[in-house]
Write a protein that binds this ligand. Sequence first.
Ligand code: RTP
Ligand code: MG
Length: 145
Amino acid sequence: MAVERTLSIIKPDGVEKGVIGQIIARFESKGLKPVAVRMAQLSQAEAEGFYAVHKARPFFNDLVKFMTSGPVVLMVLEGENAVLANREIMGATDPKKAAEGTIRRDFATDIEKNTVHGSDSLENAAVEVAYFFRTIEQHGYAWKK
Ligand code: RTP
Ligand code: MG
């Protein structure tokens, strides 16, 4: 098992619904520790840059509009297999298809307003973490068995 870091975002709908604490508690209870946390209101340029891979998708403009509509919570989560573990805790993109007990099943509104973002690969996680956090802003834990 490898200790990884991944980027998590509590999207504007999650902040608006008042479930920041419940979401972080789910990560912590499943072994993912926040090593960097910041609240921010993304500018259009910041959101477009972050979602650049989706630029050609039909939902791109709506996604940028949604992600800039209110504050978000940016987090780096650290833990064993953090990238995949985070995706499992989040659930499927469409909350109607998300498994029971996942964040999206329990809190998301729809396929767009789906409460959380999580990096989808270790490679993208490194890019996404660096997009929002300098190394000095990431606080490691001692991983002792
Ligand atoms: P995320 O990147 O936010 O963790 O979500 P994901 O991997 O599960 O889904 P992805 O395909 O990367 O899509 C990014 C975000 O775009 C919005 N979306 N809207 N209207 C639509 O059909 C649609 N499809 C995707 C969602 O906010 C999705 O999380
Ligand atoms: Mg994605």
